[in-house]
Each structure stands twice: as C-alpha cells, then as structure tokens.
Design a protein around this ligand. Structure first.
Ligand code: GRF
Length: 217
C-alpha cells in the first residue's frame, strides 16, 4: 500500500512538482493525495491542479496569530484525505508545538542549506556572507524548532567565487528536486527510524562522492 502524502505549499511549488513527478512511478512507495496551500495566490496550486492532484486552500492570514484555529482547519483537510505523511515544500507558516507533536516522525521539510548551518531566512545570503565553499540542501523531520530536526538527506554544491544569492539558490534548487523525492521514498518505505535527535537509515551506504571546493590546482 502506498503511503498517503499531503504537500503543503505557500508559493511556486517547484519541490511539490518534483515530488508529484516522482510519485507517478508505479514503484514509488507514496502517493500525493492532496496539495494544501495557505495562500490562494500560490503558483503551485495551478501546477498541482494540472497534474490532477486535488488542491485545498486554507488562507492563514485571516487567522492572524490564532495558529491553533488555522491548524484545526488544516487537520480537518488532512483527515478528509486520510493523510499519513506531510511534506512541507516552501510552506511559510509556523506551527504550534501541539501540531508538530501530533505529526512527529511523519512530517518532512526541505531547507536550502546544509543544516544546522544557516537556518531561517535568506540561507543563501547567510552562506555567502559566511564564505563557505560548499552549501546545499537538507530534508529533515519537523520539530518545534524552525529548520531543525533529524536529518534524512542532504545534497551539496560547490559555492563559486562569483555566486550571488540567486545563482546559488538556482543550483541548490536542482539538488532539492533530487533529494526530496528520495527522502520521501526512504520514509514511505519504512527505511528511516528516529533515534532521539538522529535519523537512522537502514541499508544506507554513504555516497562515496567527495566534493572539494574550490577545485585544487
Ligand atoms: C525552496 O528553496 C525550499 O527549500 C524552501 O523554500 C523554497 C520553496 O521553493 N523551503 P518551491 O516553492 O518548492 O519552488
């Protein structure tokens, strides 16, 4: 049985599209049963609709600071679609601790940096300012702390001397689109388990690719 997944978005939804595309494969262990946006103007809604995925809009703005009331509506939509796993994909709304606990071990997020470096806003600007030579993206379980939580998968890119936040973001986005479906595959096929703050992956050999940046010589 494929695991039933909801993708939560607030914007263009390119990670959502990558997840939808991957989940089309017959042997993918999860199916995307609904895309939920907290903004009616999220570009990803059209993409999801064109892919035949049901979409739901629950505008969060009218709820103001009443996160619990927003989450009650969200939970109702998740229940209606019998959702088992959640993928946050550019979802720009913080959750209450209660909601996060309820979905503990069943909710993933993607962040465009090698966490725990550069959580929060403008990760690419933060990376360039820090002068790191390698950056990347992280898929992690959601915990109450923002952009933290057990790491499922990471992918790295070399930072070029002339990178701007935009050029770096574009290269990292390509990595995001590769690792998010793979991380969901691991979770949905029961290959990951949480041991305290660490995510263990069964039968997982580390990639042997070494990335050295800048290139020597
Ligand atoms: C991605 O960079 C993701 O890592 C971050 O927000 C961005 C969303 O982009 N959390 P998209 O909507 O998936 O195109």
């Amino acid at each position: 049985m494929k695991r039933r997944v909801a993708i939560l978005i607030s914007g263009r939804g390119s990670n959502m599209a990558a997840l939808i595309a991957a989940a089309r494969a017959v042997d993918f262990p999860a199916e995307i049963v609904v895309v939920i946006s907290n903004r009616a103007d999220a570009g990803g809604l059209e993409t999801a609709g064109a892919s035949g995925i049901p979409t739901v809009v629950i505008e969060s703005k009218p709820f103001g600071r009443d996160r619990a009331a927003f989450e009650a509506m969200l939970q109702r939509a998740l229940d209606q679609h019998n959702v088992e796993l959640i993928c946050l994909a550019g979802f720009m709304r913080l959750f209450t601790e209660q909601f996060v606990q309820r979905w503990h071990g069943r909710m993933l997020n993607i962040h465009p940096s090698l966490l725990p470096s550069f959580p929060g806003l403008d990760p690419h600007g933060q990376a360039l300012k820090a002068g790191v030579r390698i950056s990347g993206a992280t898929v992690h379980f959601v915990i109450p702390k923002t952009d933290a939580g057990p790491i499922v998968m990471q992918g790295a890119v070399a930072v070029a001397g002339d990178d701007t936040p935009d050029t770096l973001a574009a290269r990292i986005l390509e990595i995001e689109h590769r690792i998010y479906p793979e991380a969901l595959r691991l979770l949905a096929s029961g290959k990951v388990r949480l041991v305290g703050n660490v995510c263990r992956v069964s039968g997982n050999a580390a990639s042997d690719a070494a990335l050295i940046s800048p290139a020597a010589g």
